[in-house]
Design a protein around this ligand. Sequence first.
Ligand SMILES: [Zn+2]
Length: 420
Amino acid sequence: MVGSVVDADMIPYKNRSDQLTIHQGCILWGARVVVPPSLRSEMLTELHDTHPGMTMKGLARSYVWWPKIDSDIEQTVSTCPVCQKMRSEPAKAPVHLWTFPSQPWSRIDIDFAGPIVGKMYLVVVDAYSKFPEVVKMTTTTATTTINALRDIFSRHGLPEILVSDNGPQFIAGEFQQFCRNNGIMHRTSATYKPSTNGQAKRVVQILKSAIEQARITKQNVNVVIAKSLLVYRNAPHSTTGAAPSVLLMGRRLRTRLDLVFPSVPEHVKQKQYKVLERSSNLNVRSFVEGENVLARNYQGKEKWIPGVVTKVLGSRHYMVRVPGYLWKRHVDQLVKYNPQIEQENDWDEVEISPEKSGTPEAEQLSENSNRYGNTSGTSSNDSVEKNDNQNSVTDNSSAKNTGSAERRYPLRANRGRTDH
Ligand SMILES: [Zn+2]
């Protein structure tokens, strides 16, 4: 893009002009939505919802961008007492590179956090994805720990290696037996190094922060923990660079922040519905008023009689005018018909009988029926011929007053008659 940019505010946009796209009215820079100035403070509030501290930057990078967003986030965090208080907590845990497993949920680190406000929390972290599971515990015996793990394993499966510290519940015979029975190799951190279950310790810090945050902001502690875990599971992890949910589950979890994106799936869904609708309409044939059709005849020897749709009664039913009568027909009793193409027809051999003689539709037609000269319902070839002649005259004399049906039949009828 070439061009002189006068407004200094536009320079950040100009620098990215090759990477800016528009989707459904939203400007995107890569996958990030470019937030207009009027909505930035609202967006900052949303990103700041769980007081993630400087993690807010990483979180924002998954969703939004605007010029100087990082400094706006720094400003938000540095002026927030809750974030500042959290900051004082040592958050960084040592990383154990050589034990990095090759697949999700093959090695888990487990630890207990607490007591925090009188409660203990079992923290389980997948070493591969860093995905945390947190269980509030009433007691922390070997039995209750096993039960909590069974619940978690029911979702994620059995790990190959379980790393814990030398807590009494972990070195209890019952726990050892549980691991052996399930083919889990139990390693205490002493076997490796004290830092091996660092990931669990890190989540414990997050948990402590959440609980502290709930206390400061006077929110429900369970709500704050749940929200903090959702943010943590969904935000790019500093070690892996990917969101734990992506590495474990293969997908990002939907959060309120996803509402910022133009709703592409919704757009696609609506398009798919339209295609579906169209194809189902193709499957279920439809007719319009004035359309030439062959209508199923149930009283003569001819199964199909040419007619014209006079009224659409719904998606499946139609009123069809055939010479002398008005029939109600289901879509399955109608086929498309082109009188121009179909030269051969048995019009003059058709036996027409009144099908709806008692119905209002039939009564309304009485005048026309007279014109056709066939009201008896026991027409012969002669009477049909007579009708045709009469019809031709009517057609020629008052074409404007007669429906397209009448205008078309004489031609067909005459054509048919020449076959005799
Ligand atoms: Zn904050």
